[in-house]
Design a protein around this ligand. Structure first.
Ligand code: ADP
Ligand code: MG
Length: 381
């Protein structure tokens, strides 16, 4: 099964084509157009500008992906797009484009939860079959989340941030210190030259078995050191040390909570993703902790940790193959939750019908099912 995936939840326009095989899902081609340079002067993402870029990029990137693998558009079996969570106007562009494409090709359209894409991306990137149960850590600009994944659509929230996301904390501290957006890579560069023990920054570990995160106290402590020590600000070593100490504090919390989550959920696998997982100090500390605890750490290549369409197409393909319940993709939902109260109901159940039908049609080589091939009611925006 070949699935074309589109990801436009924030400031990256990404398109990918994946193909399932009996053991895993292969990414045949993928392109990402990053808007980092466009938004950098504003210190963050400007939604209207992101929307216009997605609109300009998609008609160029979809043919580019198909050209790369030398296949016509009708060689795909389904079209997938991020349904949420994300910026409403950005989501709308990718989702509408995917729906129109699916309609034109008479293929099913599948909406994918962006967080679910992150959750499975370490497996997809490593060409591994998704194995349940596992604990997923998602640490990005918008989320810090620990999930106990029991099966397709069976997720238990173990912990999440009560204030800033880990990536957001990196971005805000970088802004305070005068570094450009996005802050994570800048802080990592500075931290590589500093002493992580130089500043005694706080780590938030509420109660022993509480797996929530909080980074605002840490951010305030950095501000305190920065604002109270103007004479030190001129010294680059001081900035290196502050970055190294900040990074170490975030890494300590993420690693300790992840290992706690694995123990609490009694699982053997930890799959980690999201932009913050590009951080080498974090990757290294996770490797050390997982090795010591005998836990199978599944971590994607850094290029696959930030937003990408391979994870969207891959998640849709894996769920379709498994006969699980992808969403039907009628509309976007900027606040889409990963933890639906009852996955047997509503959208998910309708998605399940579409998935099961697609599978049986492919197996039997049956004639086109009009209900399946229509992506549903199409509105004109
Ligand atoms: P979102 O989906 O929420 O937009 P992404 O998964 O694209 O987030 O990740 C972007 C976030 O990752 C940003 O907050 C950025 O600062 C952070 N990030 C990227 N690289 C690094 C790094 N090397 N170290 C720490 N954080 C990083
Ligand atoms: Mg993301």
């Amino acid at each position: 099964m070949r699935v074309l995936g589109i990801e436009t939840s924030c400031d990256e326009t990404a398109v990918a084509l994946v193909e399932t095989n009996p053991w895993s899902t292969d990414i045949l081609a993928q392109v990402i157009s990053s808007q980092i340079e466009l938004h950098r002067p504003y210190g963050g993402v400007v939604p209207e500008m992101a929307t216009r870029e997605h609109l300009r990029n998609l008609p160029l990137l979809v043919p580019q992906v198909m050209k790369e693998i030398n296949l016509p558009l009708d060689a795909i079996d389904a079209v997938a797009a991020t349904e949420g969570p994300g910026l409403a106007s950005s989501l709308l562009i990718g989702h509408s484009y995917a729906r129109a494409l699916a309609l034109a090709l008479s293929k099913p359209m599948v909406g994918v939860n962006h967080l679910e894409g992150h959750l499975y991306s370490p497996f997809i990137a490593n060409r591994r079959a998704v194995e349940f149960p596992f604990v997923g850590l998602i640490a990005s600009g918008g989320h810090t989340l620990l999930v106990h994944a029991l099966g397709w659509d069976r997720y238990v929230k173990l912990g999440s941030t009560v204030d800033d996301a880990a990536g957001e904390a990196f971005d805000k501290v970088a802004k305070l210190l005068g570094f450009p957006y996005p802050g994570g890579p800048e802080i990592e560069k500075m931290a590589a030259k500093g002493n992580p023990e130089a500043f005694g920054l706080p780590r938030s570990f509420p109660e022993r078995d509480n797996l929530n995160f909080s980074f605002s106290g840490l951010k305030t402590a950095v501000r305190f050191f920065y604002e109270k020590s103007p004479q030190m600000q001129a010294d680059p070593v001081w900035a290196y040390d502050l970055c190294a100490s900040f990074q170490k504090a975030v890494v300590d919390v993420l690693v300790r909570k992840s290992m706690q989550a694995v123990a609490q959920a009694r699982v053997e696998r930890l799959a980690v993703s999201g932009g913050v997982l590009c951080n080498n100090a974090l990757r290294l500390e996770l490797e050390v902790a997982c090795y010591a605890a005998g836990v199978d750490l599944i971590v994607a290549d850094p290029t696959f940790c930030t937003d990408n369409a391979g994870m969207i197409a891959g998640t849709a393909a894996e769920k379709l193959e498994a006969g699980a319940a992808p969403r039907v993709g009628d509309d976007i939902n900027p606040n889409l939750d990963l933890f639906a109260p009852d996955p047997e109901q509503g959208e998910a159940a309708r998605g399940m019908n579409a998935a099961v039908k697609l599978k049986s049609r492919q197996k039997q080589g049956a004639a086109k099912d009009p209900e399946l091939t229509s992506p549903g009611q199409v509105e004109v925006w």
